[in-house]
Design a protein around this ligand. Sequence first.
Ligand SMILES: C[S@@+](CC[C@H](N)C(=O)[O-])C[C@H]1O[C@@H](n2cnc3c(N)ncnc32)[C@H](O)[C@@H]1O
Length: 263
Amino acid sequence: MRFAFGKNWQSYSANALTARRIEQARRAFGELLTGIDLQQKRFVDIGFGQGLSLVVAAEMGADVLGIDIDADNLEALKTTQQAMGCDKPLRTRIASILDDEFAQSDRGGFDIVHSWGVLHHTGNMHKAIENACTLVADGGYFVCSIYNAHWSSPIWKVIKWSYNKLPRPGRQIAVGLFYPVIFIAKWLVTGRNPRKKDRGMDFLHDVVDWVGGYPYEYAGCEEIRDFVCQLGFDCLKIRPAQVPTGCNEFVFRKTLASAEPAD
Ligand SMILES: C[S@@+](CC[C@H](N)C(=O)[O-])C[C@H]1O[C@@H](n2cnc3c(N)ncnc32)[C@H](O)[C@@H]1O
């Protein structure tokens, strides 16, 4: 059972993507990847969704590949690319990051592997992280965000699972019920208007994603840091989520392979 992310992103790109949101997305991407040179670097965005990060990386001079499991995101990406006035060719592939053949055939093939809000939606988060890390070249970067673990996370898992079991009218009612609850909870926790979003997102489309986004896994900052570091990475940056069940952001660097020992 899988939430139709692509349909939600199609709606976002067609109806909610504004010039202000595009600027926000450019700024947020630049801030997270501060100090990482993208010029002519091999960049893969795993789970490109609406395509904002993929297009921004291309604008910054990277040689980009986007992969996503949901073919509906191709149309969302096209709309986003047009809205951003980007005419660079963007390579895409409809595939799952859980596909070992893909991970092994492109092993070490990317200077930057980026995956924002994706690996916890695959149904096997740890394997997805391992496969994403396999794609990183020695000395390259792994940039990701993963849902934080909180006491309410198991409840959210049930909500998301139930949403995907409902017929379409039931889903619309669920979104209508959760919209004010999430709105008030976010305002109380952050002290700011939840409609004022970061990363170019839109509150209504985010609510649909939060209520429906299944499969769903989560982990604390330390768990993710330790798991990725034992795969041969150094942790350069952690930006904790702004709300308890939000996404923690991470920047890792793969340690350079040690030189062959002399005979
Ligand atoms: C919450 S959206 C994030 C989109 C985008 N990365 C962003 O920052 O807004 C999650 C995306 O992950 C994709 N996805 C889910 N499972 C996947 C998998 N196994 N392999 C590749 N992409 C996957 C979904 O189709 C969806 O586009």
